[in-house]
Design a protein around this ligand. Structure first.
Ligand code: C2E
Ligand code: CA
Ligand code: CA
Length: 760
């Protein structure tokens, strides 16, 4: 899921880049073209400025025939403008214009110079649609009118100065007049057409100048027609009527240049306007583009944040859920529990913690897949027990928890774990085989007003642990004693480790005597912790040792000492003394530990028959564990060990298991011995136990015999051996040796007893 998100993110980034890249490319091209536009407008403006600077010079030439020197600035600007084009040709053209004496020729040169500048500055292409004809007006049409008027004036002067007017002279004026008329009318029409649709005060003033031009043109043309008719009629220069033409010509020239100047100004303003518009578009596009990019980035950031959040969310979900069953997990439970701790009025909560037994075996038998599907089934079954507000989760491999956040009906909740265990314990079919699930449960109900903390989970687990230790299908409710014991055990375990390393852990021995002769025929090794001046008993430290996993080491110490002692006794007593070792279920479940025990006994030079292995009847209650344990017991028996069933009567061993296991002796539990001589009901039960063993030819030992009355009753009712405070408590090995010396006389005088007694 995490990986998919990363992919989506990559795609998203790709998409944004994919979309943004062409946008940026397009934008940069667009900006480039806009800046080009501005550049070419600037160049056109520069050209137009140069042309405009020529205006007064041309007007001066047309009116006076001479021109004063152009400013240096103009020459330099012209030169700069020309750099990329023909070598200094514009400047040359300018001086050509300046140096030309004839007015029309000078003006023609000026016109061609203006045209060149217009071409260089691409004036036409920079003009807008409405001013598209303006460059032509400026560079050609209007200047042509000026040129033609000058030619006309020149011709009039020339004819007026002649003595005789010949036919060619007569032809010259109308031809010239026709050329003038074409030029003047073209200008008239062009200004009318092009200025008609223009808007604004500048357009009005442009039209005013055009009107002034037209009226000056009319006046000039009427003066021109006089020249024309006088030329046609006249025969000498004196007949030529060019006086009026000469008079109106300067006004006409001024009107033309006024119009010219106004047109140049208008085009100038138009170019400026276009430049400003382009710049505005660029600025706007820049702004919009910037905003778009910022928005795109903001969107990208927001999207990737949203994705990151979702990823986080999904990751958290994953972190809060058990993928196998889909139930929430332990983290989720902790979160929920912590949520409850914030409540203003802490209601009582209820917790059931459930664990399945021997699940590893189910996995081994049916395969992990079936194991998984059983766990899913269990989860579904558990859902049936959850109410609407309940929180059900899988907290470990085979561990589930049910939390009831507001416990109102605690009585029904207390029943829940037992009902769950029953429901799960119904027979089910797995791959055609029958299977019965066994489980244990811990129950916890918080006290009203108590704060809700993580500790509740630990407490519930303690209850579960206690239930597991007791029996399959057992439910234990948490009590504060469990926590005290647990904490103490932790403390005890720490000190126990030190004690083991310091040799403070030793076996003491409780003698077992023949009930008829009083001879010591055996001794049970019982572990003691010689903690400085205090002798500590198993009840104090074995539970802690079990939890800390120290049992193996403790039993190894006990066994080591016991075997040493047993080998020292070998062959030195009249009757063989059996040494009894208490054997834990752990050892019996482990074939290699069984093998090690056997080697250990042989290495000590002992016959296994001298060692009695005390096996708790209870270790066989757990049916699943029972099978390998039974096999190992049978194996130990075959190896020649003396097998004893400890705490007989408290467990559920069947007649068949007594026989199959080749039990050599049963140890009747103290609870069937205390007061047996006086309690009639107990007598029935105890004698039934004894008879059961006897019927299978199994020897009987009674534990915890404290009174002579009990001893006598036991002796009368078939018991063979007794062990109990009546004879002796468990004692250190030297004391045992002394007792044996007294009650089971030795084969020969034994330096061992003397030695030990001496050191004791
Ligand atoms: P257990 O095997 O049933 O041992 C008999 C317990 O009864 C011993 O308690 C013994 O001191 C006590 N007892 C014997 N005679 C009398 C009597 O007349 N009256 C009374 N009231 N009690 C009597 P202890 O030594 O405290 O041992 C308790 C349990 O600790 C043992 O029960 C045994 O299950 C376990 N244990 C002791 N040593 C070992 C060991 O090395 N390995 C293992 N696995 N368990 C051990
Ligand atoms: Ca025992
Ligand atoms: Ca016992």
């Amino acid at each position: 899921m995490w990986g998919t998100e990363v992919h989506i993110r990559g795609w998203l980034t790709g998409l944004i880049v994919f979309l943004l890249a062409p946008c940026l490319l397009f934008a940069s091209l667009w900006f480039h073209s806009k800046f080009e536009d501005v550049n070419s407008i600037d160049r056109s403006l520069a050209g137009l400025n140069l042309i405009q600077a020529l205006g007064p010079l041309m007007q001066e030439k047309a009116l006076t025939g001479t021109v004063k020197q152009p400013t240096e600035l103009l020459v330099r600007q012209l030169a700069d403008f020309d750099v990329s084009a023909r070598e200094q040709s514009l400047v040359a053209d300018l001086s050509g214009f300046m140096n030309e004496q004839g007015i029309p020729d000078a003006l023609r040169k000026a016109r061609s110079l203006a045209s060149s500048i217009a071409q260089h500055s691409r004036l036409s292409s920079s003009s807008s649609f409405e001013t598209s004809e303006f460059p032509h007006l400026i560079n050609d049409t209007l200047l042509s009118v000026v040129i033609e008027t000058s030619v006309m004036v020149n011709n009039g002067e020339m004819l007026a100065g002649k003595d005789a007017i010949n036919t060619w002279d007569k032809m010259l004026v109308p031809v010239q007049a026709g050329q003038f008329k074409v030029a003047a009318d073209t200008a008239s029409r062009a200004t009318k057409e092009n200025f008609m649709d223009l808007q604004g005060p500048k357009a009005d003033s442009l039209r005013d100048k055009a009107a002034a031009y037209r009226s000056a043109n009319l006046a000039y043309q009427s003066a021109g027609s006089k020249l024309l008719s006088s030329t046609i009629k006249g025969t000498t220069g004196a007949d030529i009527a060019n006086g009026e033409l000469n008079k109106v010509q300067p006004d006409f020239v001024r009107a033309i240049f006024n119009l010219w100047q106004e047109t140049v100004d208008y085009l100038h303003a138009d170019l400026q306007h276009q430049r400003a518009e382009t710049m505005f578009a660029v600025a706007l596009a820049g702004l919009v583009g910037g905003l778009v990019i910022i928005a795109a980035f903001a969107i990208a950031v927001a999207l990737s944040r949203a994705l990151a959040d979702r990823t986080q969310q999904e990751f958290e979900n994953l972190g809060f859920h058990d993928p196998l069953t889909g139930l929430p997990n332990r983290r989720a439970l902790l979160k929920t529990l912590r949520g409850l701790s914030d409540r203003e009025t802490p209601n009582r909560i209820g917790l059931v913690i459930l664990d399945l037994r021997h699940f590893k075996k189910i996995n081994d038998l049916f395969g992990d897949q079936s194991g998984d599907s059983i766990l899913r089934d269990v989860a579904e079954q558990l859902v049936q027990f959850a109410e609407a507000e309940d929180f059900l989760c899988r907290t470990g491999g085979t561990e589930f928890m049910l939390l009831r956040p507001d416990l109102t009906d605690s009585a029904s909740f207390e029943d829940t774990p037992a009902r769950i265990i029953r429901e799960l314990g119904r027979e089910r079919q797995i791959e055609g085989q029958k299977l019965v699930l066994e489980s244990n449960a811990g129950l916890l109900i918080s006290n009203a007003g108590d704060p809700i903390t993580d500790q509740l989970l630990v407490d519930a687990e303690l209850a579960l642990r206690s239930a597991k230790q007791k029996a399959p299908r057992k439910v234990e409710r948490f009590t504060s004693e469990m926590r005290v014991a647990f904490e103490e055990n932790g403390e005890i375990a720490k000190q126990l480790l030190r004690a083991m390393n310091n040799g403070e852990i030793v076996p003491w021995f409780q003698p077992q005597v023949d009930v008829h002769t009083g001879e010591i025929i055996g001794a049970e090794a019982l572990v003691r912790w010689l903690d400085h001046q205090t002798v500590r008993f198993p009840g104090y430290f074995l539970p802690a040792a079990e939890e800390a996993g120290y049992m193996d080491r403790i039993e190894a110490i006990v066994r080591q000492k016991t075997l040493e002692l047993a080998s020292e006794f070998t062959g030195k007593t009249r009757r063989t003394v059996h040494f009894g070792l208490n054997i834990s279920a752990d050892l019996l479940s482990n074939a290699s530990a069984v093998g090690a025990l056997h080697r250990h006994v042989l290495d000590a030079g002992l016959n296994p028959s001298m060692i009695s292995l005390e096996i708790l009847e209870a270790v066989m209650i757990d049916e699943d564990k029972a099978k390998p344990i039974k096999e190992n017991i049978a194996h130990l028996s075959d190896l020649g060990f003396f097998i004893e069933l400890d705490d007989f009567g408290t467990g559920h061993s069947s007649i068949s298991s007594l026989r199959d296991l080749k039990i050599d002796r049963v140890k009747i539990d103290r609870s069937f011995v205390s007061g047996v001589d006086t309690n009639k009901d107990l007598q029935k039960f105890t004698s039934a136990l004894i008879n059961l063993a006897k019927s299978l030819d199994i020897s009987v030992l009674a534990e915890g015999v404290e009174t002579p009355g009990e001893r006598d009753w036991l002796a009368r009712n078939g018991c063979d051996v007794i062990q109990g405070f009546l004879v002796s408590k468990a004692v250190p090995e030297v004391e045992l040796a002394a007792m044996i010396l007294k009650k089971n006389f030795t084969v020969q005088s034994n330096p061992f007893f003397n030695e030990k007694s001496a050191t004791a």
